[in-house]
Design a protein around this ligand. Sequence first.
Ligand code: NCD
Length: 322
Amino acid sequence: MRSQQDGAGGLRHLVTLDGLARDALTAILDRAESYRRFPGQPAYEGRELAGVTVANLFFEPSTRTRASFDLASRRLGAHVINLDLQSSSRAKGETMLDTIYTLEAMNTDVFVIRDSEAGLPEFLIDHVAPHVSVISAGEAHLSHPTQGLLDALTIRSHKRRFAGLKVAIVGDIRHSRVARSASQVLSTLGTTDLRLIGPQSLLPPEDEFRGAQRFTRIEDGIAGADVVMMLRIQKERMAQAAALDDAAYFREYGLDAKRLRLASPSVLIMHPGPMNRGVEIESAVADGPRSVIREQVNNGVAVRMAVLAAIAATLTRHRRPL
Ligand code: NCD
């Protein structure tokens, strides 16, 4: 894959957090913090994306991530087109290139891509024009970079540090791009105590998440945790989805008030959404005082604004003169 940064270190594309340095990540989080407005405050409105056209190309259903990219783009003055695409064919790359070139001919500058299969974002990076950028909004089980950034921002806002934190991720880690991106950003920013918790069949292969501890009993893994990130069981990514019974899963791995007491008293409860209440998390916990789940959503818009603004600033350097 070509580099995500240009020669001057400016952000050109964002398809993975793997390999982005601490300074680059911190710069995005700082910028996001400046854009963040809390519910009830007027949203930030800027012109950072004036004259920029953003195309959201979603091959997978998405509510929050798509709405979040859409709002982030518009609040900075971009033009936005949203396309829901259906294709699972192996020839998607070729068809996609035609779509991309067509939209490029209409002066599209940024492509935001979500796909259940791996490889499309990198493929497009290798083919787009020098003044065009690609952002992944979720790639298979591999990567969800803006989710990782919004998770990091949420943790930073409350804990003011990453080093020394005990972070537990619970659930379907094997199929989770959220867990992969979170572990990448957190480890670059200094978190060393990462615990992966789930049934053996949902823990990732041994050669992934190096340095993380693995637990099959939630009680063992969340003891003393500063952050507990709950994940959805992603049946759509499983071969035999029927094998998992919701009630049994809740009994073994569901986060309820009793288990929550094992974590640090100042624990943050996170979930990327969509939540299955009563399956991985009890409603009282999801809506309770330790939950920052809606803050994550709020931070998501700010982070996407920051990524888009950073990319737009880089793109201006690569544009053709009038
Ligand atoms: C996640 C995703 O799609 O990767 N959700 C999201 O982006 N808000 C997690 C999930 O689908 O479980």
